[in-house]
Ligand binder design. Sequence first.
Ligand code: SAH
Length: 220
Amino acid sequence: AALREGYERFDPRAYLRNNYLPPRADFSSEEFVVPWKLRCLAETFASGEIRGRTLIDVGSGPTIYQLLSACDHFEEIVATDYLAVNREELGRWARGEPGAFDWSPFIQHVCKIEGRGEPWQDKERRLRERLRRILPIDVHRPDPLGCPLSPPADALLSAFCLEAVSPDRAAFARALLHVGSLLRPGGHALLLGALGESFYLAGPARLPVVPLALSDVRAA
Ligand code: SAH
């Protein structure tokens, strides 16, 4: 209940400002968290092994950076979030509406590290075409979407979500189990996040995070 209350004060624009504009979004060195995240994702998808029809991103928030390397390998990307304000922010970007957050520095950086010489506008267009559904989700429900995903996802991605919405390690493990029901048997699950983190900021909201050790994630 306390977590739910915290998320009522979550401000997408403030979250984007705190986490996805300078100083954090500094592309000059991989010492900074944003280029580190993009590198992890680019390397993960570079082998071409993780691919299929559908990828579901759990707890997308107002962000699309996590889909930039993934989108080349799936026909459809399903984004999800608990908050309507985040789903609306994503929709504005997907439709290319004025006032949407400018992800172009991220897209340019990903094209650069992927090293295929692809014009960044092509990647932007491809992600917009493939991002067809933006759905409500609650990872604390055994049935997180309220209905089965059909067909089930070939891959599931979740970035900085499960640890940021779970009050303790047991809840984190249960949330992982719940979202696992969206994935086909043999599909890939990719988690990107921070170990040992205890809170983050989204404007007036200071959101608690359950500090995890690598062993907690592996056990879950
Ligand atoms: N993936 C994004 C956002 C992470 S912030 C990124 O990498 O920056 C955590 C997200 O979890 C927020 O967007 C929040 O709205 C969402 N969230 C909060 N409660 C949730 C719940 N019960 N189930 C799923 N997502 C939830």
